[in-house]
Design a protein around this ligand. Structure first.
Ligand code: SAH
Length: 362
């Protein structure tokens, strides 16, 4: 009988010792045969979680407006790469393309690239973007050509593996995953790597509070590659995700299954595992690499500044009462202060400080 991912993980720990939380996340999400994203479409009502573009077309339309504005401000380059990282079902990109149809020259100039690791979602993207001739990459280094790049990523960074550290008795330790006496997966303490500790923000190093500090080497490397790319080719990157504006302590690792929280060790590979994004960290890496950083602002502020309410009113004017109700409830879900509107943050990076994106003045 083929081994389950749980057995594979336990086998690996028994053979070479406890693994980091990042290794655990990586295996659960990306194992080639059993990884969560490799085996299913997790989105929507029948899946495990839902996202802003899946809730309302207004979200993708506003991102489309944002991109068209930047493209015009960039002098309407005749060629550019429209890159989406972690495009899910392709809904956001399809809405962006629909919303920009009337922007003269935009479609002709755009070459769509999708960074995706899931074969199941690649199929869905290919269906959603039929006619737009996208190409897929597994790594940002694989992007073709030297044209400016406009990158968007919604709920992508939260899927990148994090490592967790905690101070015990005045000393930092890393949280690991091991196999307990009854054969179950459990957390353990591991020695902490000095280089990683050195890179912690000062406020965290000196903190006397107890709690986990989370850092993602994969995310840091990814942001650095984006900065190098934008410095070389020009363009902008837009990141939207749930997370915090200031680096802080707290365990944000979470598992989701069928729209409910699950245990981190519940059937590995069958739950989504994510962590909150530390936007202060992204801003610091951006500024350190000489990028202009805009935000973070809340998703609500961003969408409002781009005119989401006006657009919703326009859609409602042409809709029947049931459709209008749906449009308004979608708007509320993606922009409510009590929900996604404030939990989600938006941050943009540009290599050219003169290129000022919309949405960050609120
Ligand atoms: N942006 C979409 C989907 C978010 S779910 C939406 O808003 O609806 C996360 C997406 O990131 C999925 O498409 C998943 O397959 C992809 N993903 C996660 N980790 C990835 C990685 N390391 N490389 C490429 N894609 C990844």
């Amino acid at each position: 009988m083929p081994q389950s991912l749980l057995e594979i993980i336990k086998g690996r720990i028994r053979e070479s010792g406890p693994i980091t939380v990042a290794d655990y996340m990586d295996l659960c999400l990306g194992h080639p045969d059993h990884g969560y994203y490799m085996t299913r479409d997790p989105l929507g009502a029948g899946g495990d979680f839902t996202t802003s573009p899946e809730i309302s077309q207004l979200f993708g339309e506003m991102i489309g407006v944002w991109l068209a504005d930047l493209w015009i401000k960039s002098g309407r380059p005749l060629e550019f790469t429209l890159l989406e990282c972690g495009p899910g079902r392709g809904t956001l990109m399809a809405d962006i393309m629909r919303a920009t149809k009337g922007v003269e020259g935009f479609h002709a100039a755009a070459r769509i690239a999708l960074m995706e690791m899931s074969p199941v979602l690649k199929d869905a993207q290919s269906r959603a973007l039929r006619g737009y001739d996208p190409y897929w990459i597994g790594d940002i280094a694989r992007l073709e050509g030297s044209a400016p790049v406009f990158l968007v990523a919604n709920e992508f960074l939260d899927a990148l593996p994090i490592r967790q550290f905690i101070k015990r008795g005045g000393e930092w330790r890393e949280r690991g995953v091991s196999v307990g006496g009854c054969g179950q997966l459990e957390f353990c303490d591991l020695p902490a790597d000095a280089d990683i500790l050195n890179a912690f923000p000062q406020a965290i190093k000196g903190s006397v509070e107890s709690g986990y500090f989370e850092t993602s080497l994969v995310l840091n490397q990814f942001i650095k590659s984006v900065n190098i790319l934008l410095k070389k080719q020009g363009g902008a990157a837009l990141f939207i995700d749930y997370g915090h504006v200031r680096a802080s302590l707290g365990d944000s690792l979470q598992a989701m299954k069928e729209h409910k929280f699950a245990g981190i060790f519940d059937t590995p590979g069958s739950c989504d595992l994510t962590a909150h994004v530390d936007f202060e960290n992204i801003a610091r890496i951006g500024a350190g690499d000489g990028m202009a950083v805009r935000g973070p602002v809340t998703q609500r502020a961003f969408l409002q500044e781009l005119g989401v309410e006006l657009r919703a009113a326009m859609l409602c004017a042409g809709a029947n009462p049931v459709q209008a109700q749906e449009i308004l409830s979608g708007l509320k879900r993606i922009s409510d202060t009590a929900g996604m509107g404030s939990l989600f943050k938006v941050l943009a990076l540009t290599s050219d400080p003169e290129l000022v994106p919309e949405g960050f003045d609120g």
